[in-house]
Design a protein around this ligand. Structure first.
Ligand SMILES: Nc1ncnc2c1ncn2[C@@H]1O[C@H](COP(=O)(O)OP(=O)(O)OP(=O)(O)O)[C@@H](O)[C@H]1O
Length: 399
C-alpha cells in the first residue's frame, strides 16, 4: 500500500516514510509538510519499493516492522537491503521503537545512515533529516534500478539463494525463458557483491572478444559463445585473477552442456539458478501488476487504473510467452490507454480479422519484428524460427 503527496512543488526535497501505523504517518506528514518537505507514505515493503522506483526520493525514514505483532525488525532489514540494491547511496534513517537499539545497530551495519528511537523528538528528527539532506544533496530524477518483485515462493527462494552467494566470487548460471528477469537477478547479485565497479555486460552472440578488465562479467546468451571464446573464457576463469562470471541463458543446464565445452561447464555448474516462466507463478503476476500500474502511472503522470480481482484473474489466464517483459508492456499500455486492453494486436484483431493464412503469418512476423525493434535474432527466437527462416519470410512479405 502507498500514498502519494503531491501538495508541494517539484523543487522541494522528498522523503519516503515507511511505517504501517497510520497515526504516526499523519504525525510525520504534518511535521514535514510544514517545513516544505514532500512526504510519500508506504505501509509495507512492496509499496515502499514501488514508490522508490517511481519517485525522486531523497531520503527514507524506515520503521522496521510492518506486519501486526512483528517485533524482530526482519521485515525492515530485508527492505533496507532491497532499497540499497536499487539505490546504493540512498540515505536511510531507521525509526524504531519495538525492535530496540541492537536491531537499529544491525540496520546501520546493513547500510542505514543513522537511527532515531520512537517516540521521536520532533526537533531532533527534523534537524537530523535536514542535515542528511544537506549532506546528500537533492535528487532531481528517478535513477533507481528496476525493482525485483518477489511474491511467489519460487522466486523468493531463488532470490534468497542469489543473495546468499552474491558476496562470494562464485560463477553463476541463471537460466530461464526470455523476459523472466535473468538480467535483473544478475544485477542484484552484482549490487550485493563486494565488487565496487559496475559489471561489464555483453552478449555472447555479438562479441568478438572478451573484456580486458576483470570484475563482474554478465554474459547474455552464453550458449552462443564461439568455441575459441569458450576456450579463452575457461582460461581466464582458471587463471590467477579470474573475473566473476554471471552467465545468462534461455537453455537449461542439460541443453547448455550439449553446446558448451565441458571445462567451461564446470565453472557454470558452480551455482545454477533457474527462473520459471511467468505463467507458472500466478502470485507474481498479481504483485507485478500492482507494481507496474503504480510505477507507470507515476512515470507518465496519469491516473492509476483500477485493478480488481477480475483483472488479476484475466492476467493470470494469459500465457505470457515473453514473460515479465510482456506483462510490463501490457500494463504500461493499460496506463497509457486508460483502459484494460492488454495488447495492441488484440485491439486491432477485434476490428479487422486477417483473411488468409498468408496475412496471418505476415502480421505475426511483422509484430514480432516491431516488438524487438527489428532485431532479427530476438524476433526469430520469439517466433520459434531460425534466423534464415525469418529472413526468408521477411523477403517474402517485403518487410
Ligand atoms: N521479478 C520482476 N520484478 C520486476 N520486474 C521484472 C521482474 N522480472 C523481470 N522484470 C522486468 O522484465 C523485463 C525483462 O527482464 P530481464 O531483461 O531481466 O529478462 P531476461 O530474462 O534477462 O530476458 P532476455 O533473456 O530476453 O534477455 C525488464 O524490464 C525487467 O525489469
Amino acid at each position: 500500500m502507498r500514498e502519494t503527496d503531491t501538495a508541494h512543488d517539484a523543487g522541494s526535497p522528498c522523503l519516503l516514510f515507511v511505517d504501517d501505523d497510520r497515526d504516526i504517518q499523519v504525525a510525520a506528514r504534518l511535521l514535514f509538510q510544514r517545513r516544505r518537505i514532500k512526504i510519500l507514505s508506504a505501509y509495507d515493503a512492496a509499496g515502499a519499493l514501488t514508490l522508490l522506483a517511481s519517485h525522486p526520493v531523497d531520503l527514507v525514514l524506515l520503521d522496521l516492522n510492518y506486519t501486526k505483532g512483528a517485533r524482530t525488525g526482519a521485515e525492515g532489514l530485508a527492505l533496507l537491503k532491497d532499497m540499497l540494491v536499487l539505490r546504493r547511496d540512498l540515505p536511510v534513517l531507521v525509526v524504531t521503537g519495538h525492535s530496540g537499539v541492537s536491531i537499529a545497530v544491525e540496520a546501520m551495519r546493513t547500510g542505514a545512515t543513522d537511527f532515531v528511537m520512537k517516540p521521536w523528538n520532533n526537533d531532533r528528527l527534523v534537524s537530523l533529516v535536514t542535515s542528511v539532506l544537506e549532506k546528500c544533496g537533492h535528487n532531481n530524477g528517478v535513477d533507481a534500478e528496476p525493482v525485483l518483485i518477489t511474491a511467489s515462493d519460487a522466486i523468493k527462494q531463488i532470490v534468497s539463494e542469489a543473495d546468499r552467494i552474491a558476496p562470494t566470487r562464485a560463477c553463476v548460471l541463471i537460466s530461464g525463458p526470455s523476459g523472466v528477469g535473468k538480467m535483473l537477478l544478475a544485477r542484484r547479485i552484482q549490487a550485493l557483491s563486494s565488487e565496487a565497479s559496475a559489471a561489464q555486460s555483453f552478449s555472447a552472440e555479438d562479441c568478438d572478444d572478451l573484456p580486458q578488465e576483470g570484475g563482474v562479467w554478465i554474459c547474455r546468451e552464453i550458449e552462443a559463445l564461439s568455441p575459441t571464446l569458450q576456450r579463452r573464457l575457461t582460461d581466464r576463469l582458471d587463471g590467477s585473477a579470474p573475473p566473476r562470471l554471471i552467465a545468462l541463458s534461455s537453455l537449461d543446464f542439460a541443453a547448455l552442456s550439449e553446446r558448451l565445452q565441458p571445462k567451461l561447464m564446470l565453472h557454470l555448474g558452480m551455482v545454477s539458478l533457474v527462473i520459471p516462466p511467468l505463467r507458472e507463478r500466478p502470485e507474481d503476476i498479481a504483485a507485478l501488476a500492482s507494481h507496474f500500474l503504480h510505477y507507470f502511472s507515476a512515470r507518465h503522470g496519469l491516473p492509476e487504473p483500477q485493478c480488481d480481482a477480475d483483472h488479476i484473474a484475466a492476467l493470470q489466464a494469459e500465457a505470457w510467452p515473453q514473460n515479465v517483459r510482456e506483462l510490463r508492456a501490457a500494463l504500461e499500455r493499460v496506463v497509457i490507454m486508460g483502459e484494460w486492453q492488454l495488447s495492441a494486436s488484440k485491439a486491432a484483431n477485434q476490428t479487422s480479422e486477417p483473411q488468409t493464412l498468408r496475412d496471418t503469418e505476415k502480421s505475426l512476423v511483422e509484430a514480432a519484428l516491431r516488438r524487438h525493434s527489428f532485431n532479427v535474432t530476438q524476433a526469430a527466437k520469439e517466433l520459434g524460427l531460425t534466423r534464415p527462416a525469418l529472413y526468408r519470410r521477411m523477403a517474402r512479405y517485403g518487410l
